[in-house]
Unconditional design. Structure first.
Length: 52
């Protein structure tokens, strides 16, 4: 048997698990962006300071 065709199942599983968690994280990030948009914040009008 040649050593070149060996598959590291532990490394392959780690990549697959990482991809699944990354997908879930992106889904949650998209859901939060829809619920609480950060870049569409309203600008408050500037007021003159009150005189005391």
């Amino acid at each position: 048997m040649s050593q070149d065709n060996l598959i590291d199942f532990d490394a392959e599983r780690a990549k697959r698990v990482h991809d699944l968690k990354e997908k879930r994280l992106n889904e949650m990030r998209n859901a939060f962006e829809q619920a609480l948009p950060l870049n569409a914040s309203k600008k408050k009008p500037k007021r003159k300071p009150k005189k005391r």
